[in-house]
Unconditional design. Sequence first.
Length: 224
Amino acid sequence: MSGITLTNVTKVYTEADVTTKALDNLSLSVEPGEFVAIIGPSGSGKSTFLSIAGALLQPRLKVMIDGEDIATLSEKKLSYARLSKIGFILQTSNLLPYLTVIDQLLVVKKMSGKITPEDREFAKELLTDIGLGEKMNKYPHQLSGGERQRTAIARSFMNDPKIILADEPTASLDTKRAHEVVSLIAKEVKARKKAAVMVTHDERMLRYCDRVYRIEDGILTQES
Ligand code: ADP
Ligand code: MG
């Protein structure tokens, strides 16, 4: 199974004398080509979920990413898995101010080796797909907020990861741009057969997703 599977995952934070159960026996499976939403209020466990699904936090059991049990991976293999198998889209685009749009994508390739002509072609293809064909040589300050977030989406696909994880990708956008951005994520997830999860507290974005779950106090339940 090449998507992502979490089975009975619990995460407890302990800080001083306080323990918080951020995830309570959570199970979820997302297949390639599926776009799943998790909705929940602030503090419900959404970011903790993404940290575990994205192999930033290592649970004792049981998270399978692209057929690999991440609990058994060394720190080195874990960071390789993050780089090669997972694309992250965050609340703000986190673009580098001194790089052009196309270089924002190519820098990802540079981290894992050197940039080939095929990489450059793939970056152009992604940017054209996402409506930024005319903006490839612009700098972040020359783009709108929606265009910056679309650049971040294209960047998350650059390593051809199996999994796309989005943490409130519309948090800094107006309604029109938010719809644009999430519909583009949905389109690329389908076209490129990624297993994708978006956490959000924006109900309006759920129409683009195949399944919707709600998380409250770390407990996940399916809504539709
Ligand atoms: P959300 O993203 O839905 O706002 P989080 O996953 O960030 O929720 O947090 C879930 C719960 O875990 C909250 O009660 C939060 O205070 C707590 N929490 C999150 N991260 C930590 C941490 N590093 N240490 C201690 N408690 C944490
Ligand atoms: Mg959060």
